[in-house]
Design a protein around this ligand. Structure first.
Ligand code: NAD
Length: 448
């Protein structure tokens, strides 16, 4: 069947109103959960083939997220989908006001390769929980994960409800010409703009989950050892191919030396050697070459070794970096950590403010004034104080960017709202008519 026919079939199926039934939605989510559990080993194998991601990392950063998302919606679907009664203002008496969350229709989810299961299936789960039909276009760059998701879903769900469309740029371009009721895109800012333009043709609402350069700022008031430990973990997780990884470090000069020594200690302790099972590889040669070009040999503090055949890049710390260096001109998206020092906290924040709004920002300090300034002054999608990355694991927080790092958000109830329309309904009594609103009008009516 052609993809355009599948899109039409989803529209027709949506119009049957079947997906509005809460039990239908719950059953589909339960089925997806069972399929994920039954096929867990195949999911681990596929991602390992794509970029050497270990079973442990895949479970903690992908599969467990998907299972948690399904459990969250199974538990909360009744209350999320219930019409909510709201206060009715004086002009609308005698009446009652309600908000009815309703599904948008047939939606398109376009995934990225770096967390191929989580970034494809989490939005799909939110879309189904909200009562939509869905087409998923995973990233072709992680080919094996795309194929396994397509097999699991297309063998078990009717295409008129949920379908995985395999393909790359050509297929996505073809999809984007079709009409959807929502497009949810995860990927680069550059492609996000292409998606946004295409969506405008049909006035389709979008959620764009994009990237950016996310800073980690460390002041002299930080617990430096904890800062180093958490930054090493969050930066080199998935070999730095994480949208919310700290892209670069801004460190107060007086503690720079001590912090660098702690970084080194944890990089050695966590064993990111070429023989480590737990250190992910770079996704492909194109990205490998791009990353190697970002390493200025004169500024290497630690690391810098690489093996093109194995697509391995050692965790690399670049010290004494300036804002003009090549590594500061684009999102790194790999295991290279530039360090820039500062002497004044406020001017360091101002330098971040001069850049595009990042997807995440992190501050390490135990000083409450610095915490307040960071939270109140900097613009960023989401972030942490005294940690990195972990905010996205809290389903009670919205996850998304701002400005160049994205439009909209998801996770938990925010995901449900992202794929829903809030329909406003005012129900009036047929008595208690306020005649003041009807013509003919007079001065006395105005002064009422
Ligand atoms: P990408 O933009 O290259 O690709 C994303 C998707 O768009 C893929 O499915 C791909 O097939 C499709 N695509 C690529 N080029 C296209 C084109 N010309 N026309 C139409 N579709 C096209 O991104 P990526 O390399 O998969 O991911 C890396 C980027 O994504 C980074 O910038 C990263 O920060 C960002 N990202 C953001 C999040 C988030 O949640 N905000 C998560 C992961 C990655």
């Amino acid at each position: 069947m052609k993809i355009s026919d599948i899109v039409i079939s989803q529209r027709l199926f949506f119009n049957t109103q079947k997906t509005k039934e809460i039990n239908f939605r719950k059953n589909q989510l339960k089925k997806l959960k069972e399929l994920v559990l039954e096929n867990e080993q195949a999911l681990f194998d596929a991602i390992y083939k794509d970029f050497g991601k270990s079973k442990f990392d895949t479970f903690t950063t992908e599969i467990s997220f998907i299972l948690n998302d399904i459990d969250y919606y199974l538990k909360n679907l009744n209350s999320l989908s219930k019409p909510k009664k709201v206060r009715t203002n004086l002009a609308n008496q005698l009446g009652q006001s309600y908000i009815y969350p309703e599904p948008l229709g047939n939606v398109l989810v376009i995934g990225a390769w770096n967390y191929p299961y989580q970034l494809s299936l989490s939005p799909v789960i939110a879309a189904l929980a909200s009562g939509n039909c869905c087409i998923l276009k995973p990233s072709e760059i992680a080919e094996n994960t795309m194929k396994i998701m397509s097999k699991i879903i297309n063998d078990n769900f009717p295409a008129e409800y949920l379908f995985v469309y395999e393909g790359g740029i050509d297929e996505t371009t073809e999809l984007l010409k079709l009409k959807f009721d929502k497009i949810f895109f995860t990927g680069s800012t550059k492609v996000g703009k292409i998606v946004y333009k295409a969506a405008a043709e049909h006035l389709t609402p979008v959620t764009l989950e994009l990237g950016g350069k996310s800073p980690a700022i460390i002041t002299k008031n930080a617990n430096l050892d904890i800062a180093a430990k958490r930054i090493v973990w969050g930066k080199f997780l998935n070999a730095g191919q994480t949208c919310v990884a700290p892209d670069y470090v801004l460190i107060e000069e007086s503690v720079q030396k001590e912090f660098l020594e702690s970084l080194k200690k944890y990089i050695i302790q966590f064993n990111y050697q070429p023989n480590s099972e737990h250190y992910t590889r770079i996704i492909n040669q194109k990205n490998f070459k791009r990353l190697i070009n970002l390493i200025d040999k004169n500024k290497i503090y630690l690391g810098g070794n690489h093996d093109e055949e194995k697509l391995y890049i050692e965790p690399t710390i670049l010290n004494n970096i300036t804002w003009e260096d090549g590594v500061m001109q684009e999102e790194i998206f790999g295991p290279i950590l530039p360090i820039i020092s500062f002497n004044n906290f406020n001017s360091a924040l101002n330098q971040v403010l001069d850049l595009e709004k990042p997807l995440a920002a992190y501050l390490f300090t135990n000083n409450s004034e610095e915490k307040d300034i960071f939270t109140q002054i900097l613009f960023f999608g989401g972030g942490c104080i005294n940690d990195v990355v972990m905010h996205l694991g809290n389903e009670n927080l919205p996850f998304g960017g701002v400005g160049n790092s994205g439009i909209g958000n998801y996770h938990g109830k925010f995901g449900f709202e992202t794929f829903s329309h809030q329909k406003a309904v005012l129900q009036k009594a047929t008595w208690g008519e306020p005649n003041i609103k009807y013509p003919p009008y007079s001065e006395s009516k105005l002064s009422w």
